[in-house]
Design a protein around this ligand. Structure first.
Ligand code: PEP
Length: 253
């Protein structure tokens, strides 16, 4: 079944004390979530065990890792494996965020390896895609995003695809204050669903959750989430402020 998901990506922000306060404030302010709606916190690794313990008594609230290794285990100093993430109580992992692609040179092939590691560890994947500004200006954005999906996901079979959520995050909208209009977001989300439909068929495409990310705030969330193919959001800056994150969660009907 298609789920509604609001995920907060803290990136490299907040101390342990600040993270704890934020999670407690959000949980205290949350209305009970219906079974098809989830809230996900994606803190830095050092905070993730603490956050997992804080949320484990609240229905439909989960923790995601922001990254995982492309390797299973062994001599990879500084890396965290998908199995370790699962073992620490986190059911989700973000893969393919544009900051990882751009600043850490994560290639489509490396991302496909991370996808395989995450699935082998039985993690749910939030797979990020999205075009840079020049691609949108040259009207190549549909092909750009379809290529990202093909290059890192289309080696999977249909059963494995059931564990994938897509986050469409136009790079020109991340942390910039620029947001895709509801029309632009709906158009791309429908394109992503059609691309998945062409590869995997109707059931997988219909059940796929596609989140929007890119300067999603309390004042624009409701309009974005009202779009037929927008199933929630991956929220950066606004997820660091409890009242803003709660307002965005509440904007998802
Ligand atoms: C993100 O980086 O995933 C993101 C959507 O950031 P922001 O909401 O700050 O644009």
């Amino acid at each position: 079944m298609r789920k509604k998901i609001i995920a907060g990506n803290w990136k490299m922000n907040l101390t342990i004390a600040e993270g704890k306060q934020l999670v407690q404030d959000v949980i205290n302010g949350l209305q009970a979530l219906p079974h098809h709606k989830e809230v996900v916190f994606a803190p830095p690794f050092l905070q993730s065990v603490m956050v997992s313990e804080l949320v484990n008594k609240t229905n439909n609230v989960f923790v995601a890792a922001q990254n995982c290794s492309a390797f299973a285990n062994g001599a990879y100093t500084g890396e965290i494996s998908a199995t370790m993430i699962k073992n620490a109580g986190m059911p989700y992992v973000l893969i393919g965020h544009s900051e990882r692609r751009d600043y850490f040179n994560e290639t489509p092939t490396l991302l496909a390896q991370k996808v395989d590691q995450a699935l082998a560890a039985r993690l749910q994947i939030i797979f990020c895609c999205g075009e840079p500004l020049n691609s949108r200006e040259q009207a190549t954005h549909n092909q750009f995003v379809a290529d990202q999906l093909r290059d890192s996901l289309f080696h999977l079979d249909a059963k494995a695809m059931e564990n994938i959520t897509i986050a469409y995050e136009p790079i020109w909208a991340i942390g910039t204050g620029l947001t895709a209009s509801a029309k632009q977001a709906q158009y791309m989300h429908a394109h992503i669903r059609a691309t998945i439909h062409a590869q995997y068929g109707e059931t997988i495409a219909k059940d796929l959750s596609i989140l929007y990310g890119g300067s999603c705030k309390p004042n624009n969330a409701a309009e974005l989430f009202a779009c037929e193919d927008v199933d929630g959001g991956l929220i950066g800056g606004a997820s660091l402020v409890a009242n803003d994150f709660i307002a965005i969660i509440n904007a998802m009907a």
